[in-house]
Design a protein around this ligand. Structure first.
Ligand SMILES: *Cc1c(COP(=O)(O)O)cnc(C)c1O
Length: 356
């Protein structure tokens, strides 16, 4: 069945909860906008999605995803442009990525009309929930879960696709202190590292707790064979500035999440004439560059934090301390450039902005 956005049934709340939103103190993930989008997949087809009041779901305790983890998600943001209208940053890239995750996890493709059309309609309806103000946004969380009521092990046949949204305040990105992980592994070639599967997050909680106890903020994941090549930091892609060039791990092994922010950063840097190398990066290379005084900046990228400067990297007994963030020229330029584009203050020459 083909789904047309025009036919999305809307069941509006009788009373908005917007007065609960305190613009001076927006706590991410605590408060959700009035509505959500829900679509069911059954008998090989998506049914017409609906926009309904944000509410609890009622599911059988035997629902498949709760046991076997067929669950994937996305993270997108809408911003208020200078005219006060909501604009969404690169949702088509999230849509394509969601379908790559879906394929690997044995889940159905979500059609454009539901993912993009549904998201635009939802954000337009709840546009009052898109905060205005530097650093703020409406975080959009599309996700899909397998909902067969069956605890036998087999790929599910019934799925739910849902979009919820939550206002996000300015993200305080204190430069992060990184611990190079040589015990636990995030992703292997042939695994699901390239997907935004719930399990990738579940497995990271324990190692993250451990390094937090040691006083670090994030893990730098390394390859599982030799713990020699870097992958990602926490749930962000990672970049290093070495000798004036920008280095980031390539995607060939399928162990790294193809970040939308990662792609935006690479595009902006290359347009500015800065060399970006996507290739395997070893810890030895970074250590050597550090000792030679050539390793000058490092940062993580992701929709939540945008650009997160790295203060320090600990590898064995080596503490690589990076210059204070105010001196991180490339990091700071990227941060402001990306921000100008996301808020619609600078011409959108890449077709990254989609109106709600
Ligand atoms: C979501 C995510 C990122 C960042 O991707 P963006 O599209 O830039 O938000 C990076 N790494 C992992 C593991 C992620 O889950």
């Amino acid at each position: 069945m083909s789904v047309s956005t025009l036919d999305i049934r809307v069941n509006k709340v009788t009373k908005s909860r917007i007065s609960e939103l305190n613009h001076d103190n927006i706590q991410f993930g605590k408060l959700y906008a009035d509505h959500m989008l829900v679509a069911y997949y059954e008998n090989g087809a998506w049914k017409q999605p609906e926009i309904v009041p944000f509410e609890n779901l009622s599911l059988s305790p035997a629902t498949t995803f709760m046991h076997y983890g067929q669950a994937i998600f996305e993270g997108v943001k809408a911003y208020q442009n200078p005219d006060g209208d909501p604009i969404i940053f690169r949702p088509y890239d999230n849509w394509k990525r969601m379908n790559r995750s879906a394929e690997r996890m044995g889940m159905p493709d979500v059609p454009e009309d539901i993912f993009i059309g549904g998201m635009r309609q939802l954000v337009e309806l709840d546009k009052e929930w898109v905060p205005g103000g530097e650093g703020t946004s409406l975080y959009i969380r599309p996700f899909m879960i397998a909902v067969d009521e069956f605890i036998g092990v087999k790929p599910a046949e019934k799925f739910m696709f849902i979009i919820i949204t939550s206002p996000a305040g300015p993200y305080y990105s204190k430069p992060v202190s990184i611990f190079v992980q040589e015990q636990y592994v995030r992703a292997f070639p042939g695994g699901i590292g390239f997907t935004k599967a719930a399990g990738n997050y579940g497995m990271s909680m324990y190692p993250t707790m451990k390094i937090r106890e040691m006083g670090y903020d994030q893990i730098l994941w390394t390859d599982g064979f030799e713990h020699k090549y870097v992958q990602e930091i926490g749930t962000m892609n990672v970049f290093f500035v070495v000798d004036g060039k920008v280095l980031t791990p390539d995607l060939a092994a399928g162990t790294i999440l193809e970040g939308v922010t990662r792609d935006s950063v690479i595009t902006l840097l290359r347009e500015k004439g800065i060399t970006v190398e996507e290739r395997p990066i070893s810890l030895d290379e970074l250590e050597e560059a550090y000792k030679a005084g050539k390793f000058t900046e490092a940062f993580g990228t992701g929709t939540a934090a945008s650009i997160a400067p790295i203060a320090e990297l600990t590898f064995h007994d080596t503490h690589m301390k990076l210059p204070a963030p105010e001196n991180a020229e490339i990091t700071n330029w990227l941060k402001s450039e990306l921000s100008e584009i996301r808020y619609g203050r600078k011409a959108d020459t890449h077709d990254w902005i989609v109106k709600a």
